[in-house]
Write a protein that binds this ligand. Structure first.
Ligand code: DHB
Ligand code: MG
Length: 236
């Protein structure tokens, strides 16, 4: 390991230090994470620390309705569901049928709130949710295909009220030069970041996240919907 010229510890040591003290998860969460790994789902789910942060945000928000775009194996879904009261409701959207089936199985043990995994293209599912009047949601988590992030944000705003919190994962794409769109996904994410940063309906903060596998720095946004809703054209 290369010595840091400023004498700071390597990232891995910081991570281990924090994991030891704050990295505990309830057995249910641990079991879902282990099952996802055993089933060889891509290891791209949120970290324990981010899961706990999202859980606490949902709790502070006193969320009763949560929407998730991108279920994967249901690990983040389970963190969010634990913040809901018994009468709470969580809808999670997943395009991959195999992931959705696995998530449904993993989430069977989560007691209390109603959790529904819907399978299909998120844009179509979001349009149906808007049509059926199932919103507004108190918290929305966007963590799906990056090329449609701007669309997902637009739909999320349509399914929001003043005070809704929108969390958005993966604002720093892979690639050697930050800010430089060296592949298609990076192009979409960097364009999305500019859209997000300037959005007239949102107050946005970002925090860095450490991806599990590569020890790579990524970032998550916390966006507070402040209105005005007249910015939305054709709001249903
Ligand atoms: C990756 C990480 C994510 O959080 C995600 O949603 C998609 C991909 C990745 O590291 O490849
Ligand atoms: Mg992600």
């Amino acid at each position: 390991m290369l010595e840091d010229p400023q004498g700071n510890p390597p990232v891995e040591e910081v991570k281990n230090y924090l994991d030891c003290r704050f990295g505990d998860e309830r057995s249910l969460l641990h079991s879902i994470r282990t099952q996802c790994k055993d089933e060889q789902l891509p290891e791209i789910q949120i970290s324990v620390h981010v899961g706990k942060m999202m859980y606490l945000m949902a709790k502070m928000q006193k969320a009763k309705r949560i929407l998730e775009i991108g279920t994967l194996g249901g690990y983040s879904t389970a963190w969010l569901a634990q913040a809901l009261p018994h009468e709470g409701r969580l809808i999670s959207l997943e395009i991959n049928e195999e992931y959705a089936e696995k998530a449904k199985k993993h989430l069977k043990e989560v007691r209390g709130p109603n959790i529904e995994i819907r399978v299909g293209h998120a844009v179509e599912l979001l349009a149906k949710i808007a049509e059926s009047g199932e919103g507004p949601f108190d918290l929305i988590f966007i963590d799906a295909d990056k090329e449609n992030y701007a669309l997902y944000l637009d739909w999320s705003l349509r399914l929001s009220r003043e005070g809704t919190v929108i969390l958005i994962d993966n604002l720093i794409p892979k690639g050697p030069i930050v800010g430089y769109p060296c592949h298609d996904e990076a192009k979409h994410v960097y364009a999305f970041n500019d859209y997000l940063a300037q959005h007239p309906m949102l107050e946005v903060a970002v925090f860095p996240t450490l991806t599990r596998k590569q020890g790579r720095l990524d970032a998550m946004a916390v966006a507070y919907v402040k209105g005005p809703f007249k910015v939305l054209l054709n709001r249903p």
